[in-house]
Design a protein around this ligand. Sequence first.
Ligand SMILES: CC(=O)SCCNC(=O)CCNC(=O)[C@H](O)C(C)(C)COP(=O)(O)OP(=O)(O)OC[C@H]1O[C@@H](n2cnc3c(N)ncnc32)[C@H](O)[C@@H]1OP(=O)(O)O
Length: 409
Amino acid sequence: MTSTDLRTLRPGEWDDWYGKLELAFGESEPPEARALWRELTEFERSVAVRDGEEIVGTAGTLSFRMSVPGGAIVPTGGLTMVSVAATHRRRGILTAMMRRQLDDVRAAGEPLAVLTASEPAIYGRFGYGVAARHVRARIDTARVRLEVPPGTDGVRLRNADPVAALEECEALYARRVPSRPGMLERRPGWERQGVLDPEGWREGASALRCVLAEADGGLRGYARYAVKPEWDAAGPKGTVVVHDLEALDPAAYAALWRFLFGIDLTSAVEAKSRPVDDPLLHMVSDVRRCGLLLRDLLHLRPVEVGAALAARRYAAPVDVVLEVEDSFCPWNTGRWRLTGDASGASCERTGDAAELALGPRELGEAYLGGTSLAALAGAGRVRELRPGALAGAATAFAWPVAPWLPHGF
Ligand SMILES: CC(=O)SCCNC(=O)CCNC(=O)[C@H](O)C(C)(C)COP(=O)(O)OP(=O)(O)OC[C@H]1O[C@@H](n2cnc3c(N)ncnc32)[C@H](O)[C@@H]1OP(=O)(O)O
């Protein structure tokens, strides 16, 4: 990077700075979204790159705490609001911001960094791997039937105003976090993302609605959704657009989906993001008519390999020496002995012979249990140096619940 200047963002610069981000994305956000993002910006962890007076680069880090396999909640830096002016592309400005960001995450004592990417090809070079994927679904509810578990009929559904119900929904969300790797403990304010509903974002759908699932007098689940009406010569064919759905048990979960499938005058349910192992996929009568599309979701980078690998639990006992080559964060380079099981783990430097060779991108991809080390080895991205080491490590890194996160950032 030449003749530009990278500095910490000052509060007075925010409007100009955020305006540059909007320009890079080619869209202006509604005032309520802007106001929320201003509130969520952590100024001391955000940078502005200037060329003279003009801001030409933006990036921010958010102080998250993320659920990892085993249920620990680990401090994690979330990269966000990255842009470089079209006039200043491909001069290394992003690279300079990434250097600053990863050094900052390390200094903050966060062993992990995460992001959701505008384009998946950008961040691999900086050691980020795709740790969680998600599916989009467009389900033909005129044809697809749901098989619901016993107890579903005992769940009571109640309409609620999404904003009025936000606090109790958020308390339920918080209870869900440790059970699924990748979910973020939301800091106060973040929950409002879930009910932001500017007219310009609705694409012809209704205002956001909320339905609560209750049993034994307590909240067991919620769904936030909108209805997009449509008619043709044959009659109604509206779409139910599902924004969020969380439940504490299978009956509440099934009751919410059954309600959404059955809304009058609709023949499709669209969900923008569901986990790849969503139980819904095992309740439907015809998965071919669910219009599933697989996409990358959460990109993860181990910033401190030792602390990151010690923070999670392992599905089977593991004792393996990893040879890590990390050119962007060279403090991770070297051999690490990982020992662990379902009750705890340690990961320390060692001089012992290496058994598996891999980079931070592969560790990031396997970290939450969403990608098998064996699949990465099949792609030539992990090398087995001792026969048997790969199968053992791949089994240990796997996890029964697929990683997912219900929102971007
Ligand atoms: C977490 C988030 O916020 S995701 C949002 C990312 N932002 C956007 O998509 C907004 C639109 N795009 C942009 O603002 C810019 O093009 C950026 C930020 C993606 C890249 O900024 P630049 O300053 O041009 O990147 P920089 O010059 O440092 O390039 C670093 C490397 O990444 C590569 N690269 C940059 N952008 C892309 C891309 N979109 N796809 C693939 N490779 C890319 C460059 O070719 C370069 O490769 P090299 O090291 O082999 O030469």
